[in-house]
Design a protein around this ligand. Structure first.
Ligand SMILES: Nc1ncnc2[nH]cnc12
Ligand SMILES: [Zn+2]
Length: 340
C-alpha cells in the first residue's frame, strides 16, 4: 500500500453521500449488541462473520445484511451504530455526510420508528458537536416491498420530517423499477423532501430514465449502467446530475469483476459528475478513504483527479451554495499546500 497516497486521501476534505447506516455495523459491534440484547446470531466468532461476507450479487448481500440488523433493538443501539461510523469519519477528514437508513427493516420486526430515528438523530447531533461533521438523514424505502408499505413508513416519519433531508430507494433492484414508487416520491417531493434512488446498480439503464423522469430524483445512487446508453450519459452529463459511485461495493457484489474495470475514470472522462462512497463499509471491506484508494490505484488516478472527486462530493451534496463553495475552496487549499 502506498502510504503517501493514503495520507493524501485521508487528509483530503471529503463528503460521503451514499452510506447505509445499517451497512456500517461492524462484526464487533454486532457481537456486542447481540450480547447486550440477548439476541442469538448464527456465528461463533467475529472472523466467522467476516468469512460469511462472500457475495455473488446484491441479493446474496441483502439477505445477510437484513439478518445482521436484527441485533439493533433500541434507541441506544442506533445511537452507537451511528456514532461509531461518525468517529471513523472524523479520522478520515470527512466533513459532511448524508446517510441512509432503512426504517422498514426495523419497524417490520416490531422496533418503534421513534427508537430508530431518535437514536440516529441524537448521534448525528453529537457528531456535529464533537467532530464538526455536518449531516443529513435520508429515509430509504425498501423497493422489494409495496408502495403502500412505503406510505405507511412515511406516515410514521411525519413528526420527524423537519429532521429528515430526503427519501431514497434501495434493496433488491431487479424486478422493482423506480416506477413502482411514483406516487410516494411525488408525495415526498410535495412535502419538500429531497429525492434520491438507487438505479443502475444491477438494474438496466431504463431504470435510471425512470428515476429521472418519474421519481424526479436530485441524485442517482450508483448509476453505473448508464454507460449502456450513450444518450443517457450525455443527458446526465449535461444536467450535472451527481452519481454516487461505490467502488468496493461494486467489486464485492460482482457488479465489476476487477477494480481495474471500474467505470469511474471513463465516467469522469465522459463529463459525468461522479463521486466516491462506501455504501456498506462493514460488509464490503473499506470505508471512504479505502474506496478512494481502491480506484486511485486500480485506475491510476492523479492527485488532481482525487481532488475533483472530493469536490464533486460537496458539489453533489444538499449543502447550501455558500457551504459548498467553502468546502471546495478548502480542497484547493489542501492540494496547493500538500508537499510534493
Ligand atoms: N448497495 C445496495 N443496493 C441496494 N440496496 C442496498 N441496501 C444496502 N446497500 C444496498
Ligand atoms: Zn447503496
Amino acid at each position: 500500500m502506498d502510504d503517501a497516497l493514503r495520507d493524501f486521501v485521508k487528509g483530503l476534505p471529503k463528503a460521503e453521500l451514499h452510506l447505509h447506516l445499517e451497512g456500517s455495523l461492524e462484526p464487533e459491534l454486532m457481537f456486542a449488541l447481540a450480547q447486550r440484547n440477548a439476541v442469538a446470531i448464527p456465528y461463533e466468532t467475529v472472523d466467522a462473520v467476516r468469512a460469511a461476507y462472500d457475495f455473488s450479487n446484491l441479493q446474496d448481500f441483502l439477505d445477510i445484511y437484513y439478518a445482521g440488523a436484527d441485533v439493533l433493538r433500541d434507541e441506544r443501539d442506533f445511537y452507537d451504530l451511528t456514532m461509531a461510523y461518525l468517529k471513523r469519519m472524523a479520522q478520515e477528514n470527512v466533513q459532511h455526510v448524508e446517510v441512509f437508513f432503512d426504517p422498514q427493516t426495523h419497524t417490520d420486526r416490531g422496533i418503534a420508528f421513534e427508537a430508530v430515528a431518535d437514536g440516529i438523530l441524537a448521534a448525528l447531533d453529537d457528531g456535529e458537536r464533537d467532530f464538526g461533521i455536518t449531516s443529513g438523514l435520508i429515509l430509504c424505502f425498501l423497493r422489494h416491498l409495496s408502495e403502500e408499505a412505503a406510505f405507511d413508513v412515511l406516515a410514521m416519519a411525519d413528526p420527524y420530517l423537519d429532521r429528515i433531508l430526503g427519501v431514497g430507494l434501495d434493496s433488491s433492484e431487479l424486478g422493482h423499477p423506480p416506477s413502482k414508487f411514483a406516487r410516494i416520491f411525488k408525495e415526498a417531493g410535495a412535502r419538500g423532501l429531497k429525492r434520491v434512488a438507487h438505479a443502475g446498480e444491477e438494474g438496466p439503464a431504463p431504470y435510471i430514465h425512470e428515476a429521472l423522469d418519474i421519481l424526479h430524483v436530485d441524485r442517482i445512487d450508483h448509476g453505473n449502467r448508464c454507460l449502456d446508453d450513450p444518450e443517457l450519459v450525455a443527458r446526465l452529463a449535461r444536467s450535472g446530475m451527481t452519481l454516487t459511485l461505490c467502488p468496493l461495493s461494486n467489486l464485492k457484489l460482482c457488479v465489476i469483476d476487477d477494480m481495474a474495470h471500474h467505470p469511474l475514470k471513463s465516467m469522469m472522462e465522459s463529463g459525468l459528475h461522479v463521486m466516491v462512497n462506501s455504501d456498506d463499509p462493514a460488509y464490503f471491506g473499506g470505508y471512504l478513504t479505502d474506496n478512494y484508494l481502491a480506484v486511485a490505484q486500480a485506475l491510476n488516478l492523479s492527485r488532481d483527479d482525487l481532488a475533483v472527486l472530493a469536490k464533486n462530493s460537496f458539489r453533489g451534496s444538499f449543502l447550501d451554495g455558500t457551504a459548498k463553495a467553502r468546502h471546495m475552496a478548502a480542497i484547493d487549499d489542501y492540494v496547493a499546500a500538500y508537499p510534493g
